[in-house]
Ligand binder design. Structure first.
Ligand SMILES: NC(=O)c1ccc[n+]([C@@H]2O[C@H](COP(=O)([O-])OP(=O)(O)OC[C@H]3O[C@@H](n4cnc5c(N)ncnc54)[C@H](OP(=O)(O)O)[C@@H]3O)[C@@H](O)[C@H]2O)c1
Length: 271
């Protein structure tokens, strides 16, 4: 469904680069079917040269020439971009990755009918291991949904939400989640150092353990609690460590972190 389509990025920053990299390296689409614009002309030139995509001087040029327009500017820049491209965008598929910007806000600003998808990716998309949630707006076709899935599957795993209000929970879980995990990784490495391991060794062991455990849950398709039980032998080392995690209320703390970030996202998307 992306065959013979032109994908245009407005905003050629980190997230646009992650998507462009994913789309090209997964052979989802050829570089000459991708174009991008950015107000930072040097940044645009570097991206165009690096990925052999077409650099376009204006946002209206992208809107006019693309079948699918991906809005990849910061949320505070979205309104200006929408007003600028309004005349060129009628009846196209627009995908917005701007965190916290509702489809209603976009369609109210555009004032012309478009097919709109809202996406919430996360930073591991930069290494093609992202987690993205999509909300498929009214008026989108099944083909639009498939196209959006294909684009974000190129940088990781994608889910489709039926209710746009759940985007705040996505922000709290997978959007903010990498930061929680970075803190856990740092703490595990520090703990290893405290117990006498060299820093580099401790970091490698911590990182690979988290990566391996997550991969195991996904590959063997068993409940994490079941896998946890399998490694906690009676009277052993793991159950001694698990007791400390329980004493530190690790589960409640993580649940509260996701809740706090979700509530903050709700608050921010109102403004
Ligand atoms: N990074 C993430 O992990 C992540 C995760 C989920 C969602 N998102 C969303 O993805 C979007 C992009 O994030 P990012 O991290 O890729 O941002 P970024 O690196 O700052 O990229 C945005 C680019 O758009 C350019 N720009 C701003 N206004 C423009 C305009 N009017 N016309 C053309 N270009 C314009 C910026 O130029 P200047 O530098 O000159 O401003 C910048 O080069 C954001 O809305 C963010 O909420 C990001």
């Amino acid at each position: 469904m992306l065959k013979n389509k032109i994908i245009g990025f407005i905003g050629a920053g980190n997230m646009a680069e992650a998507l462009i990299n994913g789309l090209i390296s997964s052979h989802t689409i050829l570089p000459n079917s991708i174009m991008a614009s950015d107000r930072d002309v040097e940044r645009l030139a570097v991206l165009a040269e690096g990925y052999k995509i077409k650099a376009v001087n204006t946002n209206t040029g992208i809107a006019a020439a693309s079948d699918i327009v991906i809005l990849a500017v910061k949320p505070q820049d979205i309104a200006a971009v929408l007003t600028e491209i309004r005349e060129e965008i009628k009846d196209k598929l627009i995908i917005s990755i701007a965190a916290g910007v509702k489809t209603r806000t976009i369609s109210d600003t555009l004032l012309v009918p478009v097919r709109l998808v809202r996406a919430m990716p996360n930073t591991p998309a930069l290494v093609l291991s992202g987690a993205t949630a999509l909300f498929i707006g009214e008026g989108c076709t099944k083909e639009d949904e498939k196209a959006a899935l294909k684009i974000f599957d190129a940088v990781g795993k994608t889910v489709v939400l039926k209710d746009e209000a759940l985007m705040d929970a996505v922000t709290g879980l997978s959007g903010s989640g990498p930061a929680y995990v970075f803190v856990i990784l740092e703490a595990m490495a520090d703990a290893g150092v405290r117990m006498g391991l060299p820093r580099e060794t401790a970091s490698l062991l911590a990182n690979q353990t988290l990566f391996g455990a997550a991969k195991m849950v996904m590959d063997v398709k068993r409940h994490p609690a079941e896998l946890k039980d399998m490694v906690a032998s009676p009277g052993g080392t793991t159950i001694a460590g698990l007791k400390k995690l329980e004493e530190g209320k690790v589960r409640a703390t993580i649940m509260e972190a996701v809740e706090a970030a979700t509530l903050r996202s709700r608050e921010l998307s109102k403004t």
